[in-house]
Design a protein around this ligand. Sequence first.
Ligand SMILES: Cc1cc2nc3c(=O)[nH]c(=O)nc-3n(C[C@H](O)[C@H](O)[C@H](O)COP(=O)(O)OP(=O)(O)OC[C@H]3O[C@@H](n4cnc5c(N)ncnc54)[C@H](O)[C@@H]3O)c2cc1C
Length: 329
Amino acid sequence: MRGSGLGSIYDWNFTTTAQPHPGNRTIDVKRGKVLGGSAALNYLATGYLPLAGANLQVRTGTRVAKVEFSAGSMPLRATGVLLDNRTKIAARREVILSAGSIQSSGLLELSGIGQASLLKVAGINTLKELAGVGENYQDHIRMSNVYRLKKNFSSFDPMIYESGGAYASEQMRLWLEGEASWYDYTSSAYSFFNWGHVGNSSEAALLQLARSDNQHNSVVDGKKLDFLMDPSVPQLEIIMEGSFVGATTAYPGNGSFATLITSVMHPMSRGSVHINAADPKGAPVVDPRYLSHGYPFLCFGHNNRFYYGKYALCYLQSSLCGGQLSEAG
Ligand SMILES: Cc1cc2nc3c(=O)[nH]c(=O)nc-3n(C[C@H](O)[C@H](O)[C@H](O)COP(=O)(O)OP(=O)(O)OC[C@H]3O[C@@H](n4cnc5c(N)ncnc54)[C@H](O)[C@@H]3O)c2cc1C
């Protein structure tokens, strides 16, 4: 159910390495361990299976240990997969590796494709040296501004933070019976802006900063610059959530909350995700290098002026809001 799977047994519960720019914090990397993957954790997907053909066979509770290749073939030819329980599944035609952005590169590395130096330390035989495996990992950053609601206003918080409680159980019963329920709630509002909406000087300053960085001159960075110059492409997303979504603080309980979340759509920072050479089958080493590029820093600066000038002010003055609880990135 919406949000309640985060941090549970249905979540791989990965974290980043300590991130120097946001104060050496480690940051949760939520990933779905269930059928439907992260989209199931992200409340979206369970409806795909009926759309699949009758020849689809699903194995739940099954983990792939590596992709297997025919001996000595060059270019490499995948022949099937080996499961953690040593079962081999042969491919009739092809193997599609789709383990998500955090684990796909790790499966390649476990299969012998990646940076030879890393594979050597991990005790994995290199079948194909490929320096780019696990590199260029990019994740958009966000900032949460949490508000306490005035008395007598309710929120989605009990369904997330007290999901075993009487109120949430009753809402679940209603939902299962097809009645109106809090569990019908998805999110309150999404809005997308470009930097021109924020202000002409913001747009000019951010473009200049993004352009001035000559360390980043790949095709992907070129595309991001194109996006930045295209007024029809949003650069900033503001989401209104009817619950507490803290970034650095835990749910304080005792009350109802709402959160305005701001995301930078095209961050310039990029990092990596690799297997842990000391424990190749364990949690991956995720290093997004958040805020290592000046662009998102400046984005949040400009966003804040916009945000406090227009958005949050309306919110704080509304009959709903009982005051700002925290501001955290
Ligand atoms: C809380 C949250 C909110 C999000 N919000 C948004 C949003 O608002 N908008 C948006 O566009 N996106 C959002 N996303 C991201 C979106 O859900 C993901 O980008 C998308 O689900 C990724 O799909 P995928 O198939 O690449 O990977 P995943 O959905 O992560 O699927 C990978 C699957 O592979 C499985 N797997 C991994 N390793 C192995 C192995 N060795 N053997 C067998 N199986 C394995 C995993 O268990 C998982 O089921 C959100 C994600 C989360 C968690």
